[in-house]
Structures are given as structure tokens and as C-alpha cells.
Ligand binder design. Structure first.
Ligand SMILES: Cc1cc2nc3c(=O)[nH]c(=O)nc-3n(C[C@H](O)[C@H](O)[C@H](O)COP(=O)(O)OP(=O)(O)OC[C@H]3O[C@@H](n4cnc5c(N)ncnc54)[C@H](O)[C@@H]3O)c2cc1C
Length: 809
């Protein structure tokens, strides 16, 4: 007891694969004064019973990065720390039953290639060559991933622990954390063995993360599922085949049937993700256990019958094997199925690395990311997909359970661009929701807010099945076209609830804000776009800054950015300034189109000749509001900001005056034509402000702003790649995120947005291109689902209304 450490720079709570990897990576970064506290033995949570599959496949760029890094680390880790491990790189085949699934694979092949991985599409006959026991008659193809495999999760954790200890980090087992306290300068972490003082704390408590989070006053958005796999005994034929060829079968994932099948010794491991899945510990008669170390749930094979039968039909050899064991263990799910890695919202010097559903294959990458968050305050790759701040606090238990079960049941589901997942909807409704619904709105959820995606006309197909396509044209297409044309020729109205909104005030507010953004502040009564950079000059966020008074500002930002941007502002806020989150207090309509002035003139006495980017208090239809002369659609227009109570009357008047409602699909089309960037697509920490083509928002003459030194150095060096607009002669699909740009047989950039512009009648790509090729007229190619399509680089100006005459009219 006497050598129990009483202080550490970082304390990690939880000794599963993820916590231990975080410790290892902190030590690797030179932070060796770190301590991991585990309530039981290492791996006692989900780690000990995990199947240990290590795929690199992901349709998310950042998660693929993380998994690729893990696989690379695991290949060298055993030798590096002298801890031999069972890590079999068997490769995998992922089967496609449909054209759409094959397209998903083709996209991932392109992303993988860009990350240096050689994934391949196989024909059904080629699959049979690598997996001879397979029924292929109904397949459209498969994806071969040569890097896939499986690892012993306990050995992986022990190897990482050994490496961390060798570098000087410490691990205390059988040491539960039972409380934490922030003194204002440091954390006191209490355990039965004594208190530990620490600068930083990490919640890496796996499925216990919500319990640990509550010690910090934080409600971690998560739920727990039970997940099973079945082990089948030796099959002589498989044993003989393996002996003959000298290796195991590749891991099989029949994603359209929702299971994986892995050769385990000379038998099989079958792991389904079933639709009729089961949430645990959600009711009073099934309470969350104080301790579930090294325990399992009872077998529940009934739920898996369909998958077992399907797997036996796919690989008939499986029928010959006796089932020997079932593992049914707890697995945590966040509402979108991704883990939480990064700053703990609302809590100083605290981080999360928890709620992993694929914590074995992601542990390596997650440890790297978490260590970067702590030691550098930022990560190499943009990790928004896993950032705890993507949840903003509305995610109650019911939401977490419904979403967790939806994600689990569709673990291998395809994420189509026009599809909206249906579970746990209607959490936040706009003040005019019933009105937009009556007008035919088809909704999607944005930070819980229901926003119209498009407005269906009588007879339009609004089914979920209608959105199961990668194609540009679907049931929404004609309606969206008409919506865009109304905005182009007349007036459109978009109900836009949920804009995140902060009010900043106090003496010195202007000076402080000016040091946070790269550009100039607007004058009183005006607004402007502002970019926030990190110390490396990378794009943290974009906000509309409204200057109400000399020292009073309203900052408006994306719905999803509420927690992220609020935290960023608070973290850097100077003493004496006040910052208030007013998100819930106001809502917004966009009224835009060449006839919007005429329409509003009938509803308000406000000065509608006030210039572009002006802001004024007004009354519209007798209701107090503010008019912002701006339009993300790129036409003459105003944003009307009002309290939710006042908005229905304004909306009714705008509709009665003839405005046509339009939705988010139309807005996306309209903004892409203007080259307006979207946050966490085109704008992310993967790019600097200069790479983002935002130099016109940089005021070099300011004495200081965050990121200035890095941006100056980059400018002097020359910007290697830069924001581009392409017109693409695409086929039937628009290019998805991270479609690669080719030139002379090489990848020279990537797209961050791709959509059809109805006003210009072309497929438009926004992205990043090698600077020497980013010259108007240069011909490049864009890879869309495995096919290269010709594209032309455009001038650095909007494709629609290049001189901004329409918005300034
Ligand atoms: C049946 C099954 C199969 C799976 N197969 C795979 C797979 O093939 N590939 C894959 O990538 N993933 C798989 N997973 C998921 C994987 O098991 C988890 O994602 C992973 O183990 C999570 O690791 P972790 O370190 O985040 O959490 P855990 O392993 O759960 O570790 C958390 C630790 O925190 C400790 N702890 C909790 N509270 C406290 C406290 N107050 N004080 C101190 N310590 C505390 C716990 O004792 C525990 O050891 C599978 C899961 C299941 C259920």
C-alpha cells in the first residue's frame, strides 16, 4: 500500500484495450508520469471476451484512419515490446448481394487507396478462389481486404501494458475509482487504496462509462447491448484444407445478411448483428450492476436462428460442425455507434475514450488520438466523427436506447446520401413544424432538430425504401429541382430551427474576439463570416458574427456545433466577458430569391434597401424579429430571426405572400453552386485556413490572432494544396465525401462536397487539389464508385453569380 502513487500527470480510469492503449500512447509521447486505475484485472470489461476481429474497413474516413493505424501498430507491437501475440492477418472477404453494396465497396477501395491500402473488388468467381467453401450464385461481388485479421484481445492489452510500463507509466489493478473532485487547479481521484492528484483524467471505463461520467456530473450518451458470437468445433475438411494451403480462410463478412464468420482454429466463429437485438440494464428489474467483471449474459440463441441458417446456406461446411460455446457479452453503444474520444463536454481537464463497439480494432488508433488531445490539445486527423461534443445534451435515455438498437441492428447498413435513419425522431420540433408537415415536408434530424429535407408533392414516394440508392435521381429529385428554381426565379422559404447561438458581451469583447478569428470584425449593425483557427492554422470552426453594439456580439453557428463551439469559446474566454448560449431562444427562416424584397415589403416597414450583410431589428407581420441581409442560398435574401413564439405568424405571412417552401437538399445544391463551405465537410482541422481558400478572411495586419504564426509560415512556404471547385461529367451518382481527384494516373486531391447544382445544371465538386494543378481549365478526373469521370477545374469564384450581383441586388 505504501508505494501507491499519490499523484500523476494523467489518470486513466479503466484498463481495457482502449485505456491501456491510451496509457501506452501517452508514454510514447513522453508523458510517462501517467497512471491507469483498473477496478478489477486488466481486460475485465468487454475486452476479455471480444472476438478480436481487426478490420480496416470503414465508410468513414477518420475511422478508417484509426483502424488502419491500429493494424499497422499491431503488426509491430509484439516485437517492439517483446510480447509475442496471436495476431493472424488472414485478410477478409466482404460479400455484396446488391449493386448498391458493391458501390459502397468501390467507394471504400478508393478511400483505402488514398490511405495507402490495396483493397480490391472481386467477382463472385474470384471470391470462390480465396474462399472455396462459399455459395456465390446470388452475389454481385466482394471486397478483399488483405489487412484484416484477428488478434487475442487480452494479449494485445497486456502487450500495450508492458510497453507502457517499460516507458515508465504505471498501472494499479484492483483499484476502483469511486469519486473525483476538481479543486479548481487539479483533480483528486479517490480510490479505496488512497487519493491520487492529477492534472488530467480520462474516462476509459467501457460500458461503465456512464457511471464513471456521473462522478464528473456528466451524462455520457450511451446504452449497453448484449452481443454474441458462437464457436463451432473442428471440421475435418477445413482442417485438411488449411493444412494443405498453409493458412486459414479469410474472415468472411456477409454484411447484407449481417454477420461475420471467421475460421477459429479448424472450426468457426459466427458473430451476427441481429435486428431483434436486446438492450440491457435499462429497467428497474434489470438494474446496472455494480460489478460485472469477467461475466457474461446467458446464451440467447433464439435471436440468432435466422443468421445461423443463413450462414449454413452460405458456407454449407458450417452445418458439419458442432456448436461448442456461446459468448454473450456487454457492448456499449453511443447513439451513432461511434466511440467517444476527446474532451469531456463541460468538464475541465477531463477526457473521454469510451463507449467503443469496435474497441479492439480501434484501440491502437484511439490511444494515439486520445494522447494527442491531451498532450497537444488537438489531433493529427480531424476526429469529429468520434468527438464527444457531437452530442449536445438532448440525448435522453430513450433516445440512446432507440438509436443504439437501430445502429446495432444495422451495424453493416449502408449510409445512403438521401436516407434519414428513422429511430428516435421528433426530439426537437420547430415552431412551425406542423405547418411544414402540412406542406409535405420529409424530414431529417440535425442535432435532434427536425428539418425539412424536401417537400413531397402529391404522389411522390416518401418511403424509406425510396432512399436506398446512391443515385442522384430519386423520388426527391424533381421536387428539389422545383424548389431550387423557385429560389432562383421567385422566393423560397426555409425553416431552419436549431442554429447554435451565443451572445458575447463585456468590456474588451471586440478586442478578444478579434484575437480569436483570422479576419476583421464587422462594424456595428453588420455581420460577417469569421474563421477560428487552431495554433497550427487549421480550421476549427466558422461562425457568423453579428455586431449588435461596439462590445456586444451574437455568434451564430451550425446546429451540430453547439457543444463544440460553445466549449471552444468558453475555454478561451477572457475574464470579464460573458458568454450566453441562446440557441433555444430563437429560431430562423431564410427567405430568399429575386422577389424576396417585394414579398417582404408587403409584410414589414423595415429598410429593405439596407446593404448585404446588414442587420436590423424589425417587425414582420407585426412580430418583433431581426432581419439579417444574407442568404446561404446565394440569392437576394434575408434571414428572419425571432423567438419561437413569434415565428408561426411570420411563417404564415411569408407563405401566404407566395414563398415556396424549400428544404435542406435544395439548400445543399444552392450552396455548392456558390462554393459556400459546410462545417466538418469542407471545413475541418484536416485543412488550414489557407488550404481552405479562405485567405480573404485573413487580416494579416492584425497584431495577433490564433494561428497567425503558423499561417504566415505556410504562406511563405507556399500552400501545397488548396480548395478547388470542379465541374464533373459524372454518371448517375454524385461524388461522395472523400472521392479522389486524379491527374496523370496519380491521386492529386480529394472532394469534400459533391452535389448536383440545379441552377448551373452540372455536378459540382468542392475539395482540395494540389496547388500547381488548381488552375482554371485544367482537366482532372474524379473517381466515383470506382470509375474515373472527367472534370474541369474552375476559377476561384462561385459558379453561380460569380460577381455576387444577385445577393447584393
Ligand atoms: C461478444 C463481443 C465480441 C466483440 N468482438 C469484437 C471484435 O471482434 N473486434 C472489436 O474491435 N471489438 C469487439 N467487441 C467490442 C470490444 O469488446 C469493446 O469495444 C472493447 O473491449 C472496449 O474496450 P474498452 O477498453 O473501451 O472497455 P472495457 O474493455 O470494457 O474496459 C473498461 C474497463 O474499465 C474498468 N472500470 C470501470 N469502472 C471503473 C472504475 N470506476 N474504476 C476503475 N476501473 C473501472 C472496467 O473494469 C473495465 O476493465 C466485442 C464485444 C463483444 C461483447
Amino acid at each position: 500500500m505504501s508505494d501507491f502513487p499519490t499523484s500523476a500527470r494523467v489518470v486513466i480510469i479503466g484498463g481495457g484495450a482502449v485505456g491501456v492503449s491510451s496509457l501506452y500512447h501517452l508514454a510514447k509521447a513522453g508523458w510517462t508520469d501517467c497512471l491507469l486505475l483498473e477496478k478489477n484485472e486488466l481486460t475485465a470489461g468487454s475486452t476479455w471476451h471480444a472476438a478480436g476481429n481487426v478490420p480496416t474497413f470503414s465508410s468513414s474516413w477518420s475511422i478508417m484512419n484509426m483502424q488502419r493505424y491500429s493494424a499497422e501498430l499491431y503488426r509491430r507491437l509484439g516485437a517492439e515490446v517483446d510480447y509475442p501475440m496471436n495476431y493472424h492477418v488472414t485478410g477478409s472477404v466482404r460479400l455484396a448481394h446488391t449493386k448498391e453494396r458493391l458501390q459502397e465497396f468501390q467507394r471504400v477501395v478508393g478511400m483505402g487507396r488514398y490511405q495507402g491500402m490495396d483493397l480490391k473488388i472481386l467477382t463472385p468467381d474470384e471470391v470462390k478462389e480465396v474462399y472455396p467453401f462459399l455459395e456465390t450464385h446470388d452475389l454481385t461481388g466482394a471486397l478483399h481486404d488483405p489487412y484484416d485479421g484477428d488478434i487475442d484481445p487480452a494479449q494485445l492489452t497486456q502487450a500495450l501494458a508492458k510497453g507502457a510500463r517499460q516507458m515508465g507509466a504505471r498501472i494499479e489493478r484492483f483499484c476502483p475509482v469511486d469519486g473525483v473532485e476538481w479543486t479548481g487547479t487539479e483533480w483528486i481521484i479517490s480510490t479505496p487504496k488512497g487519493d491520487v492528484r492529477a492534472e488530467y483524467v480520462v474516462n476509459a471505463a467501457g460500458y461503465y462509462a456512464r457511471e464513471v461520467g456521473r462522478m464528473f456530473g456528466r451524462e455520457v450518451p450511451m446504452m449497453v447491448m448484449s452481443h454474441q458470437y458462437m464457436l463451432f468445433d473442428t471440421i475435418p475438411e477445413l482442417e485438411a484444407w488449411s493444412k494443405d494451403v498453409g493458412h486459414k480462410l479469410p474472415l468472411l463478412r456477409d454484411v447484407d445478411s449481417s454477420y461475420y464468420l471467421r475460421q477459429e482454429k479448424n472450426g468457426f466463429n459466427l458473430g451476427p448483428y441481429e435486428r431483434n437485438c436486446k438492450a440491457h440494464w435499462i429497467s428497474k428489474d434489470d438494474p446496472f450492476p455494480q460489478d460485472f467483471s469477467f461475466q457474461l449474459f446467458p446464451d440467447d440463441l433464439e435471436r440468432l436462428e435466422w443468421h445461423i441458417a443463413d450462414a449454413m446456406a452460405r458456407v454449407p461446411l458450417l452445418e458439419k460442425a458442432p456448436l461448442t460455446k456461446v459468448i454473450n457479452g456487454p457492448i456499449p453503444y453511443a447513439p451513432d455507434g461511434n466511440p467517444l474520444i476527446g474532451p469531456m463536454p463541460g468538464v475541465p481537464n477531463a477526457f473521454e475514450a469510451c463507449v467503443f463497439t469496435f474497441g479492439i480494432c480501434q484501440a491502437g488508433g484511439a490511444g494515439k488520438v486520445l494522447a494527442e488531445w491531451i498532450t497537444e490539445g488537438a489531433t493529427e486527423w480531424d476526429m469529429w466523427s468520434c468527438d464527444p461534443r457531437r452530442f449536445t445534451g438532448f440525448e435522453d435515455e430513450d433516445y440512446c436506447i432507440q438509436k443504439g438498437m437501430e445502429v446495432y441492428g444495422h451495424e453493416y447498413g449502408i449510409h445512403f446520401p438521401h436516407h434519414a435513419w428513422p429511430a428516435a425522431r421528433g426530439k426537437k420540433l420547430s415552431a412551425v413544424h406542423e405547418r411544414t408537415k402540412a406542406l409535405g415536408a420529409v424530414y431529417g434530424a440535425y442535432n435532434g432538430w427536425e428539418r425539412a429535407l424536401w417537400y413531397a408533392r402529391p404522389g411522390d414516394d416518401t418511403s424509406e425504401a425510396g432512399t436506398q440508392t446512391w443515385d442522384r435521381e430519386g423520388p426527391w429529385f424533381a421536387a428539389v429541382k422545383a424548389e431550387c428554381e423557385a429560389v432562383r426565379d421567385g422566393v423560397g422559404v426555409l425553416d431552419l430551427p436549431g442554429f447554435s447561438r451565443f451572445e458575447l458581451e463585456g468590456p474588451g469583447a471586440a478586442d478578444w474576439l478579434s484575437r480569436q478569428i483570422t479576419g476583421k470584425l464587422p462594424a456595428v449593425g453588420r455581420m460577417g463570416l469569421a474563421y477560428f483557427a487552431d495554433d497550427k492554422g487549421r480550421i476549427v470552426t466558422e461562425m457568423s458574427v453579428v455586431r449588435r453594439e461596439e462590445e456586444a456580439f451574437t455568434l451564430i453557428t451550425a446546429a451540430l456545433a453547439q457543444s463544440h463551439d460553445g466549449e471552444w469559446l468558453k475555454r478561451h474566454l477572457a475574464e470579464g466577458l460573458t458568454l450566453r448560449d441562446r440557441t433555444e431562444d430563437f429560431t430562423c427562416l431564410i427567405v430568399t430569391g429575386p422577389k424576396s424584397r417585394d414579398l417582404l415589403a408587403g409584410l414589414t416597414g423595415a429598410d429593405l434597401s439596407a446593404k448585404w450583410l446588414s442587420v436590423q431589428p424589425a417587425a414582420v407581420a407585426g412580430q418583433d424579429c431581426a432581419l439579417f441581409r444574407v442568404s446561404f442560398a446565394g440569392e437576394l435574401g434575408w434571414e428572419i430571426h425571432a423567438t419561437p413564439a413569434r415565428m408561426p405568424a411570420i411563417y404564415d405571412a411569408v407563405i401566404a405572400a407566395g414563398a415556396k417552401p424549400f428544404g435542406m437538399f435544395a439548400l445543399n445544391s444552392l450552396r455548392v453552386e456558390k462554393g459556400y463551405r459546410a462545417w466538418k465537410g469542407d471545413l475541418s482541422t484536416d485543412y488550414t485556413v489557407l488550404q481552405g481558400g479562405l485567405e480573404r478572411f485573413v487580416d494579416w495586419s492584425k497584431p495577433a490572432f490564433r494561428g497567425k504564426a503558423a499561417l504566415e509560415a505556410e504562406k511563405q512556404r507556399g500552400v501545397a494544396k488548396r480548395f478547388c471547385t470542379l465541374v464533373i461529367e459524372a454518371g448517375e451518382q454524385d461524388p461522395p465525401y472523400m472521392s479522389t481527384i486524379w491527374h496523370g494516373g496519380k491521386v492529386v486531391g480529394e472532394l469534400t462536397s459533391g452535389y448536383y447544382g440545379h441552377r448551373v445544371g452540372a455536378v459540382i465538386g468542392l475539395g482540395m487539389l494540389r496547388a500547381d494543378l488548381n488552375v482554371p481549365g485544367v482537366k482532372v478526373e474524379v473517381e466515383i464508385f470506382g470509375t474515373l469521370y472527367p472534370a474541369t477545374v474552375q476559377a476561384d469564384q462561385p459558379l453561380w453569380d460569380a460577381k455576387n450581383e444577385r445577393i447584393r441586388a
